[in-house]
Write a protein that binds this ligand. Sequence first.
Ligand code: HXC
Length: 537
Amino acid sequence: MSVSEVDLRPVSVPGPVPGEEPRTMAVLRRERDTLLARIEAGDPNGVERQHELGKRTARERLGLLLDEGSFVELGVFRRRGEAGPDTEGRRPHTDGVVTGTGTVEGRRVFVYAQDFTILGGSLGAEHASKIHRVMDLALDAGAPLIGLNDSGGARIQEGVAALDGYGGIFRRQVAASGVIPQISVVLGPCAGGAAYSPALADFTFMVRGTARMYLTGPDVIAAVSGEQVGHDELGGADVHGGRTGVAAVVHDDEDACLEDVRHLLSLLPDNNLSVPPAEPPTGAREDVRPRLADIVPVEPNKPYDMRDVVAEVVDDGDFFEVHEGWAPNVLCALARVDGAVVGVVGNQPMVLAGVLDSDAAQKAARFVRFCDAFNIALVTLVDVPGFLPGSAQEHAGVIRHGAKLLYAYCEATVPRVQVIVRKAYGGAYIVMDSRSIGTDLSLAWPGNEIAVMGAEGAVNVVHRRELRAAADPDARRKELVADYRERLMHPYRAPEEGFVDQVIDPVDTRAAVADGLALLRDKRREQPRRKHGNLPL
Ligand code: HXC
């Protein structure tokens, strides 16, 4: 697609002046080139200030994100308002956003990059309309959309027209949700309602020091409540990467951030009707991984790093972790097994012993739903002592948030393989993709412990009266605990009853997962037709 095909608006190039050279095609071409070069160069003072702030310009960013020479700009000549002798300086071309299409590793994407050097990248009607245009094209073409945000928010002088522009972005984002991947990259301010755009995206990236995102900034907060808080402390990258969960990935600098966006795109499909690009299979059928026998201690309470297990299961030990800093008690990552992209969800015994809590449930639920929407098979690595007990969690809504994870798995129709590497207790066992909620293949290691609760707790509940009456309660408790372990928690209890399909040698996990995914490759399952379910939000 060329610019001339899509941008048919008149260009405000100066007309012929009597006495000057005649308007030949050569002159028209030169005038066009000159205007284009001026627009692309931007205001030198603005560019200098942008660099002083430690930020790249919108065009430099697109240069880093896209394959070299692939960018086709759309709407470069667009500007707001009527031409006139007094308005020229107030009608910058592009209206503060560079929009268009390009490729990443040869695959089509649509992009917009807000240009802070023009009216602070603020969003008015023309600016918004350009973004709407690329969003519509992305959805029609079935290609990912990437927005680079660096903006003062709604253009104050345009009033409700600016707010209307934001509404148009949000509506399109929701319409495109689950149809094309949407990535938001916050590289400067992203204030007010503008923050809902990254919040609606599938993955949001932020850069430390320059990116900041909040509904109301420090000045408004101070005026309303007297609270004094800095920009970074209020809505910097670490706040959203570690506390709110809005940012999936956080980086120290823009270059590394944009490189990482390219990496993520390599693991995503173009749209919901395609699959992520596969690498050639690694032929791992008899792939034995001796390290897997040593990483996980047999003692159920000893910590270890689940990332070490993931690295042994996926191709080349390479995985893309999302929300690394938020709810690290659960791990969510995209990776490849035998060349095909999978989503890995795993409990992380290194943090809070791997319990599930409100944040972990929300993090994993959103990840599972993303994978399901985009045809990415799920591999769930289970080692979970349960949900985190306590009034803080109960009052934070752990029931509602835990239900989201349950809902996400129950709804998922992609191939699903569960591997119980050690313990799996109570509701957390069910929620972590158990057979009962629809996993396709349940594998367990020989040290698995699956039960309603731990032996001590169970004995105290079930045998309370007997223990109270016992001559030596401690000795009796020991006997009962041993009996409970033997009868209800031994590693072949769940396989005997059919809740686990196979007990595998840990060293064969990679091969077993690869085999399972291969046999499920053509899985087809439809959910009943409905307008939409009622996810417990
Ligand atoms: C119009 C704006 C603007 C805005 C910045 N500018 N924000 N113009 N509307 N929202 C202009 C400035 O006037 C300035 O113009 C230029 O952009 C650069 O801004 P500076 O303030 O000089 O830059 P800096 O010091 O880096 O501060 C950046 C900033 C600050 C923190 C973003 O500009 C700021 O606080 N802006 C207002 C943020 C805000 O409250 N936005 C509205 C949020 S409400 P000149 O001509 O001097 O270069 C909202 C509602 C959306 O967005 C609702 C959607 C549903």
